[in-house]
Design a protein around this ligand. Structure first.
Ligand SMILES: NC(=O)c1ccc[n+]([C@@H]2O[C@H](COP(=O)([O-])OP(=O)(O)OC[C@H]3O[C@@H](n4cnc5c(N)ncnc54)[C@H](O)[C@@H]3O)[C@@H](O)[C@H]2O)c1
Ligand SMILES: O=P(O)(O)OC[C@@H](O)[C@@H](O)[C@H](O)[C@H](O)CO
Length: 383
């Protein structure tokens, strides 16, 4: 069995690549980072170090690596004969890998079983977004001709993989927890044999629970920690005021998730407590800069802050703790992050209402809009 995986970065090597390897797939990594691809192509194995209360080490082998910027035709040929294609490149990069998958579908024999396409990104229905980009790149008519050659399944991936030490080489340090939920209906009863993934009939509750608990809490910790002047997530969550603020955020998202998806409240409480403990993992060298990366994406309409806050506001609830986290996010002025620089430019040059609309995608008529606009005003006036 063969899988082509776009994005040989942290989650690519430390999660998707590992799990597919453990499921007996040969993994062909495709990435635009020439140094990384050269290192993978000239190696025969790398190690994944799980750190935490139950540390373990895995060896990943049986892989190849291709530079998708310089060897696109080869990547197309690999996908055309693969069983699975996965991505972990970032939601904003899906549009660039989509044309390659589209061309591979055109090249694929109709006699082969359909290619199983799964985007493993932190975003709601990332595979649907990838599919949309493939349709756009091929055109609707050409896509209709190849549609039967692919199965598109949304997934929710969860494992904290921090940035790696400069001397780590290809090895990856990861936390000792992971979860990969994949929607089952697109496979029509013939789900891929990936023992460490679990297949669910409806992914919506899983992806919202993951994004609005793990990622909302993680990002809130990062932005509050950045404001506090600490470097790592573990340090940030150990500050009592930050812990209290993040827990308050997670209680707001808990209330939404319990009401919307009918999760058991006690089970959700246990889940959020577990995540607070994951953030505190002292063995995981994760930074507030990495977790806070791309603040404009994180503050966008359906993402980890505005997504749950808007749904709470629509239910008549003022999401006080989430708004406090949004305020901290707006203060993320890390010069090493392009989106943080752009965010600060927006705040410096636009009026509060226009900035609120640009940053969050909320319309002025939305019940959350005025609450966020007031936060923007306070940040702009440095209050
Ligand atoms: N790191 C985590 O803890 C974690 C956990 C769950 C999900 N995710 C998600 O996984 C995705 C990747 O995150 P990451 O932390 O591994 O980031 P990363 O920066 O470590 O890896 C991304 C990789 O994508 C490659 N890339 C960029 N453009 C590309 C292109 N056009 N074609 C092929 N490859 C390209 C980069 O060179 C890089 O190697 C994101 O959507 C992230 O939200 C990350
Ligand atoms: O990858 P992002 O930028 O969407 O979010 C940063 C982290 O919160 C994220 O990578 C987590 O570590 C991961 O989602 C845990 O499963």
């Amino acid at each position: 069995m063969k899988a082509v995986h776009f994005g040989a970065g942290n989650i690519g090597r430390g999660f998707v690549g590992l799990i597919l390897h453990n499921a007996a797939y040969e993994v062909v990594f495709a990435d635009v980072n020439a140094e990384l691809i050269d290192a993978l192509a000239s190696s025969t194995s790398y190690q994944v170090f799980e750190v935490g209360m139950s540390p373990r080490t895995w060896t990943v082998d049986n892989y190849r690596a291709l530079n998708s910027a310089t060897h696109e035709a080869e990547v197309v040929a690999e996908i055309a004969t693969a069983d699975i294609v996965t991505t972990a490149v970032g939601p904003n990069i899906l549009r660039f890998v989509a044309p390659v998958i589209g061309r591979a579908l055109q090249a694929r024999s109709a006699d082969l079983p359909p290619l199983q396409v799964m985007a493993c990104e932190n975003a709601i229905n990332a595979t649907d977004a990838l599919r949309g980009h493939i349709v756009a790149s091929l055109g609707a008519d050409a896509f209709a001709e190849v549609e039967a050659k692919a199965i598109f399944a949304n997934t929710a991936v969860d494992r904290i993989v921090p940035g790696q030490a400069p001397d780590a080489g290809l090895d990856v340090t990861v936390e000792d927890f992971f979860e990969w939920a994949i929607e089952s209906p697109p496979f029509g009863g013939a789900v891929p044999q990936i023992a460490e993934a679990h297949f669910v009939p409806d992914l919506a509750p899983y992806i919202e629970r993951k994004l609005f608990t793990v990622n909302t809490g993680h990002a809130a910790t990062a932005y509050l920690g950045y404001e506090h002047g600490v470097a790592t997530i573990a340090e940030a969550i150990s500050v009592p005021e930050i812990f209290t603020a993040v827990k308050a955020v997670l209680h707001e998202t808990r209330d939404l998730l319990v009401e919307k998806h009918e999760f058991n409240e006690a089970v959700q409480e246990t889940y959020l407590e577990k995540n607070l403990a994951r953030f505190a993992n002292p063995y995981l060298p994760d930074t507030v800069d990495r977790v806070g990366r791309a603040p404009l994406r994180k503050l966008s309409r359906t993402e980890r802050f505005i997504g749950p806050a808007s749904q709470l506001a629509e239910r008549g609830v003022e999401p006080v703790a989430l708004l406090e986290a949004v305020r901290a996010a707006l203060r993320f002025d890390f010069a090493g992050d392009e989106e943080a620089v752009e965010l600060q430019g927006i705040l410096a040059t636009l009026g509060a209402a226009e900035a609120t609309e640009r940053i969050t995608g909320l319309g002025a008529e939305h019940p959350l809009f005025e609450m966020v606009r007031r936060v923007v005003v306070s940040v702009q006036s440095n209050a």
